[in-house]
Design a protein around this ligand. Structure first.
Ligand SMILES: NC(=O)c1ccc[n+]([C@@H]2O[C@H](COP(=O)([O-])OP(=O)(O)OC[C@H]3O[C@@H](n4cnc5c(N)ncnc54)[C@H](O)[C@@H]3O)[C@@H](O)[C@H]2O)c1
Length: 255
């Protein structure tokens, strides 16, 4: 029988209640991980944990806002008291709040930076001491194709995602000697509630023509990449961003 790729690992997935995060929770649980679902929506997070338990896995749902250091630290302690350790952190929670720069309020800018960038920093800071002590850790942050390409209405969002990629590189250098891998995944357009809220389906159809693989991605596409980076198959990869975008980021826009 084939060994599961995350057997006995303990993973925290932020924003795990729906969309890409939910896909990552299910995929990791299928591969044997005990999964802690951190989200601001506790009922949906409980449903995800419940599904995992129904299929014979181990999971825990915790109400955590990734912008609140005290909540994160308390939740990490709860994960350690229930599952004994933290091996994997997936920084997935994110928001978009599309707006033209000229119309953008301070509040919109600050909220996107707080969740998408500061949230990644706060969650990493909370798990690093535990990962260092056990000389093992995998941190995977969900960035975006907009870390390397511009998009109207997404200047603040793209800036946070470029920040996540840069943060990933520096943190990888800091933690390499502790056997902690730090990487990112850069999704293209993925079929989730976030994408449905931001991009009308007619626009999605026209975007497909610019994607070499000619389809919108699925949460499973991103979960597979996150699984690889969180597994020991990626033991010699750190400080990288893997773009999972159907080839979109490679295109020059010529057809
Ligand atoms: N869907 C896409 O096309 C796409 C493309 C590129 C990158 N991404 C990135 O992938 C990640 C997941 O996106 P998605 O499409 O699944 O989004 P989504 O909106 O469908 O799900 C996001 C989840 O994060 C949670 N969340 C939001 N703010 C939070 C906070 N402060 N603390 C804890 N949880 C919080 C939400 O409750 C929700 O469960 C995000 O980082 C997003 O920027 C998505």
């Amino acid at each position: 029988m084939c060994e599961k790729r995350l057997e006995d690992r303990v993973a925290i997935v932020t924003g795990g209640a729906r969309g890409i995060g939910q896909g990552i929770c299910f995929r990791f649980a299928d591969e044997g991980a005990k999964v802690a679902v951190f989200d601001v929506t506790p009922d949906e997070a409980k449903e995800v944990a419940g599904e995992i338990k129904k299929s014979g896995g181990a999971a825990l749902a915790l109400k955590v806002d990734v912008t609140k250091a005290a909540e994160i630290e308390k939740a990490v302690k709860e994960v350690i008291s229930k599952f004994g350790k933290v091996d994997i952190l997936v920084n997935n929670a994110g928001i978009t709040r599309p707006s033209k720069v000229a119309d953008m309020t301070d509040e919109v800018w600050d909220s996107v930076v707080e969740v998408n960038l500061k949230g990644v920093f706060l969650c990493c800071r909370a798990v690093i001491p535990h990962m260092k002590a056990q000389k093992y850790g995998k941190i995977v942050s969900i960035a975006s194709i907009l870390a390397q390409r511009g998009g109207p209405y997404y200047a603040h969002y793209g800036a946070t995602k470029a920040g996540v990629v840069s943060f990933t590189q520096s943190l990888a250098i800091e933690l390499g000697r502790h056997n902690i891998n730090v990487n990112a995944v850069g999704p293209g357009i993925i079929d989730t509630p976030m994408a449905a809220g931001d991009v009308a389906s007619e626009l999605q159809q026209s975007l497909i023509k610019r994607i070499p693989l000619r389809r919108i991605g699925t949460p499973r596409d991103i979960a597979d990449a996150a699984l690889f980076l969180a597994s020991d198959e990626a033991a010699y990869i750190t400080g990288q961003c893997l773009y999972v975008c159907g080839g979109w980021s490679a295109a020059a826009g010529l057809g």
